[in-house]
Each structure stands twice: as structure tokens, then as C-alpha cells.
Design a protein around this ligand. Structure first.
Ligand code: HEC
Length: 187
């Protein structure tokens, strides 16, 4: 229940149902049903996605922007805004007020790089090099998104120290080109 609540709170930037609510029971039961007959205690093929090690030279925002415009903008929009049909998102926004927030795992560059490498571009995953995956993940995650809901005493710096100290893969609370990242965007 706690893990699913985290998806509501961070990935969806919403409000989680209570742990003992009918909605949470339904989601948990559904997950159990999906895993019918699956063995426990072993990794099942297709679960998650492998880590993509950080390239030796790090990552580069400019190169990431170029990858984004060439391979991602067609679905996720020129400004990361996603796409709606009849008022509902059909392509998720990757930054801005409706995106995953600063508390979601996806805001870490390493996590986004491996998700992207193994799942994107939708329809042809695996086509990006490790370097391209890191560059584009960094470009996506240098944009503003809703504030981390765990914000400590209204302070980005205190929140960074408590929840975002894994420097190098996490731009929250860092200066990029003289601008503080993590100010939050809508919500
Ligand atoms: C053909 C359309 C399409 C293209 C091209 C595409 N995506 Fe996606 N992307 C999607 C859809 C649809 C989803 C949501 C479904 C899913 O996660 O599989 C998604 C999900 C994502 C997510 C997760 C968003 C979240 O809220 O957790 C990220 C990050 C992402 N894409 C990055 C990229 C990047 C970077 C590229 C370019 C290298 C790219 N995508 C190219 C359609 C696309």
C-alpha cells in the first residue's frame, strides 16, 4: 500500500488513497492477481530495467536537447508538455505543472536514463546509445516540475540535504547556468 501511495504522490503528483481504502485494496488485489502462479524470491524476465552506467565524460545538456528534439518532441511536445486528446493526456508531459514531481524516482538522471534506454522512443526501445540516454535524461530533468511534496520548512536547500543528496544524478537544489533548479512549477 505504501509503495502504491508513493506512485500517486510522486509519479502522478496527486493525492494517495488511504492505505485501508477500497481503492487501495482493489489495486493491491489486482497486483496479486496479475502475479498468479509467478514464483516468489526470483527475478522474473522483463521485470524493471537494467542500470545504464554513467558515461565516462558525464552528460551534456546541449546534446540532450538535440536528441530530444529529434526523437522525443514528436510525442512529448517541443516544450515537454505532452499531448492531450479530448482533455486527457495521451502522451505524458515530461516537465511543467502536469509532469511527475521532484519527489518521483524519474527525476534522477540515472533512473530516467535507464527507463529511457529500455523503453523509449516508444516503439523502438534500445535504439539510443548509453550516452544519448544520459544526455536526454539530463535535458528532461533540468526543467521545472511540481515541487517535492516532502518540502522541508519551505526550503529547497533543506529538502535537498534531506532527500536529494545524491549529487551528480540529481539536479534538485543545484545551480544550472546560474539558475536554481527545484523551485517547482504549478501543481
Ligand atoms: C511514439 C511516441 C513517443 C516517443 C517518440 C517517445 N515517447 Fe516517451 N512516452 C510515450 C508514452 C505513450 C509514454 C507513457 C507510456 C509508457 O510509459 O510506456 C511515455 C513515457 C515516457 C516517460 C515516463 C514519463 C513519466 O511520467 O513517468 C519518459 C521519461 C519518456 N517517455 C521519455 C522519452 C524520451 C526521452 C524520448 C525520446 C528519446 C521519448 N520518450 C520518445 C510516448 C513516446
Amino acid at each position: 500500500a505504501e509503495r502504491i501511495q508513493g506512485c500517486f504522490q510522486f509519479s502522478m503528483n496527486g493525492k494517495p488513497p488511504a492505505a485501508d481504502s477500497p481503492q487501495m485494496t482493489a489495486l493491491s488485489v489486482y497486483a496479486y492477481w496479475l502475479s498468479t502462479k509467478a514464483p516468489t524470491g526470483v527475478e522474473i524476465a522483463g521485470r524493471g530495467y537494467p542500470d545504464v552506467p554513467q558515461p565516462k565524460g558525464g552528460y551534456d545538456f546541449k546534446r540532450g536537447e538535440a536528441v530530444y528534439q529529434a526523437q522525443c518532441a514528436i510525442c512529448h511536445g517541443d516544450n515537454g508538455e505532452g499531448q492531450k486528446v479530448a482533455g486527457d493526456y495521451v502522451m505524458p508531459p515530461l516537465w511543467g505543472k502536469d509532469s511527475y514531481n521532484w519527489g518521483a524516482g524519474m527525476h534522477r538522471i540515472n533512473t530516467a536514463a535507464s527507463f529511457i534506454k529500455y523503453n523509449m522512443p516508444l516503439g523502438k526501445p534500445g535504439s539510443l546509445s548509453d550516452q544519448q540516454a544520459w544526455d536526454v535524461a539530463a535535458w528532461v530533468n533540468r526543467h521545472e516540475r511540481p515541487q517535492d511534496p516532502r518540502l522541508v520548512e519551505g526550503s529547497i536547500e533543506k529538502t535537498r540535504l534531506k532527500f536529494h543528496a545524491n549529487d551528480g544524478v540529481n539536479l534538485y537544489g543545484q545551480q544550472v547556468d546560474g539558475v536554481l533548479i527545484g523551485r517547482g512549477s504549478g501543481s
